[in-house]
Structures are given as structure tokens and as C-alpha cells.
Design a protein around this ligand. Structure first.
Ligand SMILES: [Zn+2]
Length: 154
């Protein structure tokens, strides 16, 4: 997420009391200094109307006005190339932290439902002698075998 958006979100969180900081006033002043004047002006207009200036986009929907956000806007946010404004409510948009992926078709992939595992019907009975064979070979037996091979070839 670009710094401007991060600053806007933090500013809003502080001004709306969503996050508490010891020097909130100082941080707010600092953030306002960093954010371009026209963006702050737009943000302030929204806040003055009792709205939030910045809102999340979730599942391609603006959480401020619940209107669908064009895929182009979402893509821009994803690529983090520019800040975007909701066409319907005018709020600044940011992508929410949700990990859901938006496909080019605009549909959100549904979360994979966990398939119930079939209970194992019966454990295959391993033939004990076969499984035990490799372990049964002692070091002596193996060296003896190699010696035997050598004698054959030599
Ligand atoms: Zn909106």
C-alpha cells in the first residue's frame, strides 16, 4: 500500500479514536503535513459530513456505501499505482487486508470448503516378515554378502 494511503488511514484512525496513541495530536499534525493539501481537503469535506474519508474495498465492494467498485479501480489499488476514490460516495479507497483474490472476471473465489475425510475402512495388514527383512540384515551379514560377491567376481 502506498505511503499516502497509509497516512490517510492512520490519520483517520487517530481522528476517529480507533487507535490510541500518546501523542495523537502531534501524530495527526505530522500526518496532515505529509498528505497533499487537496487530498486532505477532500478528506475533510467527507468527515465534515459525518462520513469517513477513507474506506476499505472488500470483495470489490466499497464498505462505505456498499456499491460495487469497478474492477479497474480494484486493479489500480492492487498494483498500488495510484489512490482511488469511490465513484458513488467519494471516499478514498484501500484494499482490505483480506486475502481473497479477485479474478479478472470480477468474481471472488469462494473459500474452498473442506471435504469431510472418509474414515479409513481398514488398515492394510502389513505382512510382518517382509517389513522386518531389511532390519534383520546385520552388519556382518552385509559384509559377508559383499565378500561373497567379491569372490564371485574376483
Ligand atoms: Zn463508496
Amino acid at each position: 500500500m502506498n505511503e499516502l494511503l497509509q497516512n490517510l488511514i492512520k490519520l483517520q484512525s487517530l481522528e476517529f479514536g480507533e487507535i490510541k496513541e500518546k501523542n495523537a495530536e502531534a501524530t495527526i499534525a505530522e500526518l496532515r503535513g505529509k498528505i497533499p493539501a487537496q487530498i486532505i481537503a477532500h478528506y475533510d469535506r467527507l468527515v465534515a459530513k459525518g462520513k469517513k474519508g477513507v474506506t476499505a474495498v472488500r470483495n470489490q465492494v466499497c464498505t462505505g456505501c456498499h456499491m460495487r467498485v469497478p474492477i479497474g479501480v480494484v486493479t489500480t489499488l492492487m498494483h498500488d499505482t495510484d489512490i482511488q476514490i469511490c465513484e458513488s460516495c467519494g471516499r478514498y479507497l484501500y484494499l482490505s487486508d483480506s486475502t481473497e483474490t479477485v479474478t479478472p472476471g470480477g468474481k471472488v473465489k469462494p473459500k474452498a470448503t473442506r471435504k469431510a475425510r472418509k474414515p479409513k475402512s481398514s488398515l492394510p495388514l502389513v505382512a510382518a516378515p517382509v517389513a522386518a527383512m531389511p532390519l534383520a540384515l546385520s552388519e556382518n551379514a552385509r559384509t559377508g554378502m559383499r565378500a561373497g560377491l567379491r569372490s564371485i567376481h574376483g
